[in-house]
Design a protein around this ligand. Structure first.
Ligand SMILES: Cc1ncc(COP(=O)(O)O)c(C=O)c1O
Length: 384
């Protein structure tokens, strides 16, 4: 088959042609007026996406760097903190906390389930000296989404502590409302819902979180809020910036605004519905139930006699569709379909049809073609 790849992984996501074109601009001075304009315009749009009027800083990093920044700036060495661990990326928060000498309490939620707000509150009531809560919005490893609005509001009713939300795989996909949901800090990255290449990390923080970071000792220099703020106050990045990625992100943010945030969120909800409802016909099982499941990625359990890694390899090599495998204990047990960012229902149609073909190649017993047919029917109903 001619080498035209369908990138259906949960990040990095496909790039719109306008974003690719923007990145071919010649290099410019990252402290000059041209850069300042696109940099500050991008900050404003990102603040709109997160509904915050407070600070937002960008820096050269992947999402994990932004997570590390959050641990370093919004908790202190020796502090008891709560990590709500709903999967691989919750576990990463826990490991970062350990690396930097925090005393993390880990609320481990079974993989494939969303966090239960009452369980979080119980921990906070038992452990009165917890200073900060770290939680993932959308857990990309298991395909669940946490009800961050409910969780944050309830935490703040229980105790006024700092809440840090990892929105790496929800920004530009699902609503995040810092002001109305009482979120103190959001960390995110450029390469998923923001339809840009990897390379830019970001942190949005309210006044309470800013005061905490400015008035306490921070474990990092590169990721120090104090250093970031000094430069941002004059409209500049702290260190040399990934300028080409910035060109791309600036263009992508225009595209997001042109589509409109509510339309984007609806589009991703529709994608989740289309993928799940059509694949249900094949009797494949999902890791998450309908209620907990994520609008950006669907984790599918492979049948007992099909290794998930082999399935991912087959669909890549035979059908040019790039899916993702599973993590940790679930490695080999299934595959994940990313359905986020620059994508429309045509991409999903190819993917569902490709999955059916690969299942057939492994002699899985099902009504071949029925999932694709269901997909087409639902697509017509939804008009997407
Ligand atoms: C929810 C979540 N958090 C954090 C990360 C880590 O981001 P990165 O791989 O860019 O370091 C990811 C990456 O997939 C993610 O999905």
């Amino acid at each position: 088959m001619i080498d035209k790849e369908f990138l259906m992984i949960p990040g990095p996501t496909p790039l719109p042609p306008r974003v690719v074109a923007a990145m071919t601009n010649p290099m410019i001075n990252h402290r000059g007026p041209k850069f300042k304009k696109i940099f500050l315009e991008s900050v404003d749009i990102l603040k709109k996406i997160l509904n915050t009027d407070d600070e937002l800083y960008m820096f050269g990093s992947s999402g994990s760097g932004a997570m590390e920044l959050a641990v370093q700036n919004f908790s202190l060495r020796g502090d008891k903190v709560l990590v709500v661990d709903t999967g691989f990326f919750g576990q990463r928060f826990y490991e970062i906390c350990l690396s930097f000498g925090r005393d993390p309490i880990r609320l481990k939620v079974p993989w494939g389930k969303s966090a239960d707000v009452d369980e979080i509150v119980n921990v906070l009531q038992e452990e009165k000296d917890i200073k900060t809560v770290f939680i993932t919005h959308n857990e990309t490893s298991t395909g669940i989404i946490n009800d961050i609005e409910k969780i944050c509001k309830k935490i703040k009713e229980t105790r006024d502590i700092l809440i840090v939300v990892d929105a790496v795989s929800s920004i530009g996909i699902s609503e995040i409302n810092m002001k109305d949901w009482d979120i103190d800090v959001v960390v995110a990255a450029s390469q998923k819902g923001l339809m840009s290449p990897p390379g830019i990390g970001m942190v949005a923080l309210n006044k309470k979180a800013l005061n905490f970071a400015l008035n306490n000792k921070v474990d990092s220099y590169y990721f120090s809020i104090k250093e970031l703020k000094k430069r941002f106050d004059v409209g500049e990045p702290f260190t040399t910036f990934p300028v080409s990625v910035m060109f791309g992100l600036r263009e992508a943010l225009d595209l997001l605004m042109e589509e409109g945030l509510q339309n984007i969120y609806k589009r991703h909800e529709n994608f989740k519905y289309l993928v799940r409802e059509s694949l249900k016909i094949t009797n494949l099982r999902f890791l998450a139930n309908d209620e907990d499941s994520s609008p950006c990625v669907t984790a599918v359990l492979s049948p007992d006699n099909i290794n998930g890694e082999d399935f991912v390899k087959r669909i890549r090599e035979k059908y040019n569709i790039e899916l993702a495998g599973m993590f940790g204990d679930l490695k080999g047990k299934g595959f994940r379909i990313g359905h986020m960012g620059f994508m429309n229902s045509n991409d999903l149609l190819v993917t569902i049809a490709g999955i059916e073909c690969a299942l057939k190649d492994f002699n899985y017993e099902f009504n071949f073609g029925e999932a694709t047919k269901k997909f087409l029917e639902l697509r017509r109903e939804l008009e997407v």
